[in-house]
Design a protein around this ligand. Structure first.
Ligand code: TYM
Length: 331
């Protein structure tokens, strides 16, 4: 059975981008593959969370993984920092990761631009840690959104480099995966780029948002003053709303508003109302389960412990072999 690995950073509540880009595929894949889904708490250290925030965010992602439908009996769910073998592999891979290629990573350049006073080494080597996460279990498929494509390319580079250096066909090549034709990019509500936690207040719809919060955010989404000729191409902010509708609404609903737009009869207020209701409906079962398990500390602990044991078993097998390949041998 092929192995699958993916993770989500513990930097806050999960949003629709995380869900449709990654989580939804995790849930489908758990039935067909040997799956490892983790909470990337080490990666979240690049932004220096307080201990209380770190702990709270890890717990929240665990709750939302379970609420969204990951079954801990089928997939291995674990917290990244519970598996120290990952950081050991990260160190070995770092010896073969070069400054130039790390500086060229798009995500690194974006982070430097957004936050020039916190360009730390952890941020620079973020893709190396991500490669370690993936190849420690020898995964071949990695369900992620479009924004992670370059990181997967880097993971292949680092794994292949290790193989070549030690003349050993050891790590298989991992590829970004989505069930659709292409990797997913869910737009935000700000009329610009993707939905994200750090893209500004109101840009993201969280799985834990109340129906009122969802309505409020959607009604405030950026729009223009409407089409001025028939069949006019949609400007980015309007296309974004249609793209969001495509993931939460029925094809008939999308076709209805599309036709209205093309005939210049669209009322953005109606479109937003419909979009908000469909988002509320799409997230309702998850929201209900979040509330149901949020305070079940015993269950959460059990899931995390069980996952850590299973993940360590797999990771330590790899590390034992890697140490042998590198030449760390017993006297
Ligand atoms: P993170 O925490 O930024 O995002 C988690 C997952 O959600 C996807 N995603 C999106 N997909 C579509 N549209 C969006 N607007 C959107 N926003 C987020 C991301 O593509 C990702 O799949 N580096 C990773 C975490 C990580 C990881 C790994 C993933 C660490 N190690 C190993 C896979 C394998 C990250 O920052 O994800």
């Amino acid at each position: 059975m092929e192995t699958v690995v993916s993770g989500i950073r513990s930097t806050g509540n999960l949003h629709l981008g995380n869900y449709y880009g990654a989580l939804q595929n995790f849930i489908k894949m758990q039935h067909e593959y040997n799956c490892f889904f983790f909470i990337a708490d080490l990666h979240s250290l690049t932004t220096h969370p307080t201990p209380a925030d770190l702990h709270g965010n890890v717990k929240q992602v665990l709750i939302e993984y379970l609420a969204a439908g990951i079954d801990p009996e089928k997939a291995t769910i674990y917290v990244q920092s519970d598996v120290p073998e990952v950081t050991e592999l990260y160190l070995y891979l770092n010896m073969n990761a070069y400054l130039g290629e790390l500086e060229r990573a798009t995500s690194f350049k974006d982070k430097v631009r957004a936050n020039p006073e916190n360009v730390n080494a952890g941020l620079l080597t973020y893709p190396v840690l991500m490669a370690a996460d993936i190849i420690i279990h020898k995964a071949v498929k990695v369900p992620v959104g479009k924004d992670q494509e370059q990181h997967l390319e880097m993971a292949r580079t680092f794994g292949n480099r290790f193989n070549r250096l030690y003349n050993h066909d050891y790590f298989p090549e991992p590829y970004a995966f989505s069930f659709g034709e292409s990797l997913v990019k869910i737009p935000g509500l700000d009329g610009k780029g993707k939905m994200g936690k750090s893209e500004g207040e109101g840009n993201a719809i969280f799985l834990s948002d109340t129906p009122e919060a969802i309505r409020k955010k959607v009604m405030r989404a950026v729009t223009d003053s409407g089409p001025t000729v028939e069949n006019q191409p949609k400007p980015q902010e309007i296309q974004n709303l249609f793209d969001l509708m495509n993931v939460v609404s029925t094809p008939d609903t999308v076709a209805h508003f599309d036709e209205a737009y093309n005939k210049m009869a669209i009322r953005y207020g109606d479109l937003k109302k419909q979009l908000a209701e469909d988002m509320i409906q799409a997230t309702a079962p998850i929201r209900d389960r979040i509330n149901a398990i949020a305070n079940d500390a015993g269950y959460l602990r059990k899931v995390a412990e069980m996952g850590a044991d299973k993940a360590r078993e797999s990771a330590s097998r790899t590390i034992r072999e890697v140490r042998e390949i590198i030449g760390f041998r017993k006297f």
